[in-house]
Write a protein that binds this ligand. Structure first.
Ligand code: GDG
Length: 725
């Protein structure tokens, strides 16, 4: 089994200075807990920052830290105070975090912080390479290291690299605000596989990639110029069995007993968050106040324990938030409290594990109200501790967890009245209903627990790499070339399916300039003369152009990607059931593009419209092109039309018109004992995929393809065809 290298900002073990000594403590927080058991179950190494700045480490202590961490299969990357400030507290938590959680007004756009982000990602890349061995698998975690996949790829081109984002990926309109948006996407795309918590995040990521980098995306695959990556959904889970078994342990029983001695039989509401503005804590408190106001019958009968884990307090926004929360707690307690009853118990301290589980198990209600949250593990942990099934989860619809936990009471985190009402509904919910809802949700989180999450990700990563390797055809080797010509010589019925533009002739500035030269016409004519050969020119062009160029050869042809076909020596016949009543609207969009982008033009065929921009100023922004493609995609959504992007051309046409169905038509005309297809762009991929197993297929120019082999240029294609003559 190959070794897994996990890379995250923090290690599962955290180093602190206690006077003269170093203190090693397990890290709090979702990731360490989540991946802890998984990484120990296989050969692995965890690489991260140990939590202490270089300036605080004395001579000789670096070694001590390394040795101690090595026992836990961890490897530290040391950072200076400035790096920690500008990278972690700076770019990570004052730029990426607020932007990705839809707080654009909190974002710092500071080039100095961006430089620190680049620098620390480079430091990590170098450290990783220094310990990496051949066959290692790299799994980069989270928003701190979005440049790292590419930096590792630059150093180790054949590496297997996965990336997982634990926070939301925001919608394109928000993401595009970032000045360094392209660099970050390119950085991420160094990974073979990119994981997200929900389909929305994947969709947002693909949308941004298309719009900002112009890469094509389909079925989650992103095709860049020289490689592909896959984006997919892996909703993180928790160690369900672990939580539910510890929740029933005597240690947790003892914790609950202690709490009950203080709380009596009051109804208990518990919430647990890291201090963060994304967690919607002020909204929750406001709603609790409103609930107490509207439902005096619950006064003195309910206690809300608000647990907040200290976090990022060095960032001004967090310090301000803490102050705001504390003021609100004071106001609510002052307004509603009585002698002997504090409506809100506020704890700003990490809670020991057994006490935390005791609180969860004891809580009648757990309100989770983030304004944004990638997933939210507390919701799942709360449910896992509900051994007897009782308790009510209130969950904000803007958490990733809401996608899985549909039986919670769902709230809009900005609707204070709704949250207040949810408190009342939760406290009044019949036990039978609580149990039914919780059992259903428990099934979900039990099935997809954290080891399944990590295991699935790694399996998918291997699968992705395998598919990618199979997806780049090898250049046609000499030996295979001889085999191909040998087979052709022996065959009596030979089908040659040849794409035209980019395959038999190089691209020209205008469609008209790409007309065939004398050499090509001679070559095709010679091929066509042999009665055993059926040469089919397959083109997206209109039939009149093809007739003008090749009419005298009497060769078989397919025009407009399959609208028109003619057999050797025959006449044009049309595919049935096509309509062109959509053209007006598509033409209007393309006309707008022609008006805006000088040198671009519309080509109109009977059943398709194509917008060419090869002749446009090469500096036209990719963004303009993306906007036009998006408009066409919106127009054709849920219709029987397809938008196809070729090389500097965007075409709209009927979905059942493609080279795949054309190929099938020719293949079924008779039994062939030799089939060869050659093509160069995306439209030819349908053709390659439609071929029988034994057929020969060649993609022109290197790149991803369903073809078996590749050739470099139209010149090479002609050389091969000459050999076939
Ligand atoms: C990020 C994403 C995503 C908290 N206080 C105490 C304590 N905790 C533990 C909880 C839970 C974890 O910390 C918090 O996890 P969350 O998922 O709620 O939130 P983030 O830290 O923001 O995590 C988030 C997650 O990554 C995983 O992908 O779900 O959306 O923002 O495990 O139990 N644990 C103890 N005492 C505390 O006081 N023992």
């Amino acid at each position: 089994m190959s070794r897994l290298l996990i890379i995250s900002n923090r290690l599962p073990l955290n180093v602190e200075r206690k006077g003269d000594k170093l203190n090693f403590q397990p890290s709090l927080g979702g990731l360490a807990t989540a991946l802890g058991a998984f990484y120990k179950s296989r050969p692995s190494l965890w690489i991260g920052w140990p939590g202490i700045e270089q300036e605080k480490i004395k001579k000789g202590e670096e070694r001590e830290i390394e040795d101690k961490l090595a026992e836990e299969r961890c490897y530290p990357v040391f950072l200076s105070e400035k790096d920690v400030d500008d990278f972690y507290f700076g770019f990570c938590n004052q730029t990426i975090w607020p932007l990705f959680h839809y707080f654009p007004h909190y974002v710092e756009y500071d080039p100095v912080l961006w430089q620190a982000y680049q620098r620390v990602n480079e430091i990590f890349a170098d450290a990783i390479v220094s310990v990496a061995k051949e066959d290692d698998i790299f799994w980069v975690q989270d928003y701190h290291f979005m440049l790292l996949p590419k930096l590792i790829r630059d150093r180790l081109p054949r590496a297997t690299i996965g990336f997982f984002l634990h926070i939301p990926f925001p919608s394109y309109e928000v993401y595009r605000l970032l000045p360094w948006r392209r660099e970050i996407l390119e950085g991420l795309l160094g990974a073979n596989l990119l994981g997200f918590h929900t389909h929305d995040y994947v969709w947002h990521f693909l949308n941004s990639t298309r719009n900002l980098l112009g890469y094509s995306t389909g079925m989650g695959w992103i095709t860049a110029s020289d490689h592909v990556s896959k984006a997919d959904v892996f909703p993180i889970g928790i160690g369900y069995e672990h939580y539910s078994s510890i929740a029933g342990s005597p240690e947790v029983d003892a914790e609950i007993k202690k709490f009950r001695e203080k709380l009596g039989d009051k109804k208990v509401i518990v919430s647990v968050d890291r201090l963060d503005y994304s967690k919607g804590i002020p909204n929750r408190l406001e709603a609790y106040g409103l609930f107490l106001e509207k439902h005096p019958e619950y006064r003195e009968k309910v206690v809300f324990i608000l647990v907040i884990g200290p976090s990022r307090i060095r960032v001004q926004r967090y310090a301000e938030l803490k102050q705001q929360i504390e003021e609100m707690v004071g106001t609510i307690n002052g307004r509603f409290g009585t002698v002997g009853w504090t409506p809100l118990e506020y704890i700003y301290n990490p809670i020991p594990y057994h006490a935390l589980l005791g609180m969860y198990r004891m809580a009648d209600v757990c309100p989770i109200t983030p304004v944004r949250d990638g997933m939210n593990l507390v919701a799942k942990e709360y449910l896992a501790t509900k051994i007897d099934g009782r308790g009510v989860l209130i969950l904000s619809e803007t958490t990733g967890a809401a996608r899985e936990l549909g039986d919670a009471i769902m709230v809009n985190p900005n609707n204070i009245e709704e949250i207040a009402q949810a408190f009342a509904d939760a406290l009044a919910m019949p036990e039978k209903e609580q149990i039914e809802r919780n059992r259903a949700m428990q099934e979900i989180i039990k099935r997809y627990d954290v080891s399944r999450w990590a295991g699935d990700f790694i399996d998918k990563l291997h699968e992705t790499v395998k598919m990618e390797t199979g997806a780049v055809p090898e250049p046609l080797p000499d030996k295979t070339r001889r085999e191909l010509t040998g087979q052709l010589q022996k065959a009596r019925a030979r089908l040659l399916l040849l794409d035209y533009d980019g395959t038999l002739v190089p691209f020209a500035k205008t469609p008209e300039e790409a007309k065939p030269d004398a050499e090509l016409l001679k070559l095709l004519s010679e091929l066509n003369k042999d009665a055993r050969n059926e040469v089919v020119l397959i083109s997206g062009r209109d039939k009149n152009t093809l007739d003008r160029w090749f009419g005298s050869l009497k060769t078989a042809m397919v025009a407009e990607h399959g609208v028109w076909m003619k057999v050797k020596g025959g006449d044009w016949g049309k595919m049935s059931g096509l309509s062109d009543d959509w053209k007006g609207e598509a033409r209007a969009i393309m006309q707008l593009a022609v008006d805006r982008i000088q040198g671009s033009l519309i080509e109109e065929k009977d059943y398709s419209l194509a917008w060419h921009y090869r002749r446009a100023d090469p500096r036209i922004s990719e963004r303009h092109i993306r906007e036009i493609v998006n408009d066409l995609l919106n127009l054709t959504a849920n219709s029987n039309l397809r938008v196809l992007e070729g090389s500097k051309v965007v075409e709209v046409k009927s979905a059942n018109l493609n080279k795949g169905s054309t190929a099938q038509h020719w293949l079924s005309r008779q039994a062939w004992d030799f089939v060869l297809a050659i093509g160069d762009d995306v439209t030819d991929e349908d053709l390659f995929r439609a071929l029988p197993e034994k057929a020969w297929s060649i993609k022109v120019r290197p790149g991803l393809s369903a073809a078996k082999f590749s050739l470099d240029s139209p010149d090479e294609v002609r050389a091969l065809l000459k050999e076939l003559v």
